[in-house]
Write a protein that binds this ligand. Structure first.
Ligand SMILES: Cc1cc2nc3c(=O)[nH]c(=O)nc-3n(C[C@H](O)[C@H](O)[C@H](O)COP(=O)(O)OP(=O)(O)OC[C@H]3O[C@@H](n4cnc5c(N)ncnc54)[C@H](O)[C@@H]3O)c2cc1C
Length: 437
C-alpha cells in the first residue's frame, strides 16, 4: 500500500510502501519486501528521517496494540509495542502508577520510545525510558524471536534500546512503572531573566524536584539571552482536597497552511507573549499530569502550522562544564539569525547512565529548538550550530534529525559500528543510509 506516512517535521518527503502488522497478521511481512528493506514504524512522532525509509517499506506496528498483563501491586506492565503511552497512562494512573521517563508527547508508542530511548523532564532522576524496560521480544526478519533483558541476550538488549528500529521488530515489552498517589503534579513556574538564572534555578531544583525543564525565548539577546520560564514539579502527595479539573479534549489543527505561520513577524511576538504571560517571579499550582507533561498534545497536528515545507528540530546535548559556554554561543547565533520559533527548550540531563549503545542523553545541558524550513538559510544556520556542538564534544539527537552529516554522527556515536553489526540485514532507514554511506 502506498501512503505518505510523513515524519513529524514533514521533512524530508519520501516515497515508501507501507504494510501493517498486528492481530492475526504475519508479524514480519517478509514476503511483502520483494528485495527492499523494511523499517518498523510507531506513531511517526520522530521529527526527521529516522522513522522514514525512502524507496523501502514501513512496517506500521500500531496494530500491535494489546495489553498483555498488569500487576497493580508491583506496577509491572507487559504490552505490545504499538500501544501508545497515552493508553498506558489511561490504564495505570487510576491504579496509582506512572511512566518514569516520558517524552513531551504521550502519542508515542512503546516500540518508538524504546527505539529512541526517549527522555523527559525526569532525566536527572530517572534517566531514559530504556532504564525502565525489563525485557522485550524482538522478531528478526529470518523469523528468529529473541527475548532480551539485561541478562538474556544482553547485546541485543543494549543495541535495541536507542537502536533506531534497526535490530528487528519489537513485539512486546515489559515496563517497570513508578508509584503515584493521584494524577496531579504540584508545579512551580519560575521566571528566569537570563541564562545564568536558568543554570542557578536548575542547580537548586535537581535535588528536590522530580521534573524540571525550561521554555526559553530564543529571540532574546544581550542580558536577556536565554530568558524563559522554568517549570519544576513533583507528583502531589495523598490528600488532595481541591483537585484541578482534568483537561478538556484536544483540538486538531484543521488544515495544512500554504505558508508557515512562524515567520519573522510572528516569532518575536509569540516569544514576548509567552515570556510575559507570567509577571510574578514564581507561581505555584496543582495541575493534572497531562498539561504538565504534554502541553503540545492539546493541539493535534500542530505541525501543520509550518506549512508544506515542514520544519526541523535541532536538539543537542553539550556535556560537562563547557556546555554552559557552548549553549550561550548557540543561543547567540540563533537570536542573531532571526530564525527559531516559539518552541525552544533547555534542560540539564543528569548522571543516570543510558542503557542503549546509541542512546542520546549524557550528563550535560540539552537544547531543543524548532526551525521552520526556509531552505538554505535554515540549513546554513544549523551547520554553524553544528560547529559549536562539535567543538564542545556534544551530539545531536537522531530522533529529531533530518540533516546532520554522517561524519558528525559517527564521531559522536562511536558505537554505531556495533549497532551496524547487529542490524537486521532486511532493515534500514533513510537516516541510517544517510549516516553510514
Ligand atoms: C510534541 C513532541 C514532543 C516530544 N518530546 C520528546 C522528549 O521530550 N524527549 C524525547 O526523547 N523525544 C521526544 N519526542 C520524540 C518522540 O518521543 C520520539 O521520536 C519517539 O520515538 C516517537 O515514537 P513513535 O511511536 O512515534 O515512533 P516513530 O517515530 O514512528 O519511530 C521512531 C523509531 O522507533 C522505531 N520503532 C517504532 N516501533 C517499533 C517497533 N515495534 N519495533 C522496533 N522499532 C520500532 C522506528 O523504526 C524508528 O526508528 C517528541 C515528539 C513530539 C512530536
Amino acid at each position: 500500500m502506498k501512503r505518505r506516512y510523513p515524519s513529524w517535521g514533514r521533512y524530508p518527503r519520501v516515497e515508501q510502501e507501507v504494510v501493517r502488522v498486528g492481530w492475526r497478521c504475519d508479524p514480519f511481512p517478509g514476503d511483502a519486501l520483494a528485495g527492499k528493506t523494511a523499517l518498523p514504524r510507531g506513531n511517526g512522532r520522530s521529527y526527521g528521517d529516522s522513522c522514514l525509509n525512502d524507496g523501502g517499506v514501513l512496517i506500521d506496528a500500531r496494530g500491535l496494540d494489546r495489553f498483555i498483563a498488569f500487576d497493580p501491586a508491583t506496577g509491572i506492565l507487559r504490552c505490545e509495542a504499538g500501544v501508545l503511552l497515552a493508553d498506558i497512562l489511561a490504564l495505570t494512573v487510576p491504579r496509582g502508577w506512572f511512566i518514569p521517563a516520558t517524552p513531551g508527547t504521550q502519542l508515542a508508542t512503546v516500540g518508538g520510545a524504546i527505539a529512541n530511548d526517549v527522555h523527559g523532564k525526569a532525566h536527572h532522576r530517572d534517566g531514559t525510558f530504556g532504564r525502565h524496560v525489563r525485557r522485550f521480544e524482538l522478531l528478526r526478519s529470518d523469523g528468529t524471536r529473541l527475548v532480551c533483558s539485561p541478562t538474556e541476550h544482553p547485546d541485543w538488549y543494549r543495541a535495541t534500546i536507542g537502536g533506531l528500529g534497526l535490530t528487528g521488530l519489537i513485539l512486546w515489552a515489559e515496563l517497570a512503572l513508578k508509584p503515584i498517589a493521584n494524577p496531579y503534579i504540584a508545579a512551580e513556574s519560575i521566571r528566569c531573566e537570563g541564562l545564568d538564572a536558568f543554570f542557578d534555578v536548575s542547580a537548586e531544583s535537581d535535588q528536590d524536584y522530580e521534573y524540571t525543564v525550561a521554555w526559553i525565548d530564543c529571540t532574546a539577546r544581550g542580558p536577556s539571552l536565554g530568558r524563559g520560564l522554568f517549570a519544576r514539579g513533583n507528583h502531589a502527595p495523598e490528600g488532595v482536597t481541591n483537585p484541578p479539573r482534568p483537561p478538556s479534549r484536544s483540538f486538531t489543527f484543521p488544515v495544512e497552511l500554504p505558508v508557515s505561520l512562524v515567520n519573522g513577524l510572528t516569532l518575536h511576538a509569540f516569544n514576548r507573549l509567552c515570556y510575559n504571560r507570567q509577571r510574578e517571579p514564581r507561581t505555584q499550582s496543582l495541575v493534572h499530569y497531562a498539561p504538565f507533561f504534554y502541553p503540545l498534545d492539546a493541539l493535534l497536528e500542530w505541525n501543520r502550522i509550518y506549512g508544506p515545507r515542514g520544519f526541523f528540530q535541532y536538539q543537542c546535548v553539550l556535556p560537562g562544564a563547557d556546555g554552559r559556554t557552548a549553549v550561550r554561543e548557540l543561543l547567540e547565533r540563533i537570536a542573531a539569525s532571526r530564525e527559531g520559533s516559539f518552541l525552544a527548550v533547555l534542560k540539564i540531563f543528569g548522571d543516570p547512565e543510558s542503557p542503549g549503545l546509541l542512546s542520546f542523553p549524557c550528563a550535560g545541558v540539552t537544547l531543543a529548538v524548532d526551525f521552520p524550513n526556509r531552505g538554505q538559510p535554515t540549513l546554513a544556520l544549523m551547520e554553524s550550530l553544528d560547529g559549536v556542538v562539535r567543538a564542545a564534544g556534544g551530539r545531536l539527537y537522531p530522533a529529531k534529525d533530518a540533516r546532520m552529516c554522517g561524519e558528525d554522527f559517527r564521531r559522536a556515536y562511536p558505537a554505531w559500528e556495533q549497532l551496524e553489526a547487529l542490524r537486521d540485514p532486511a532493515i534500514s532507514s533513510s537516516f541510517w543510509k544517510r549516516m553510514t554511506r
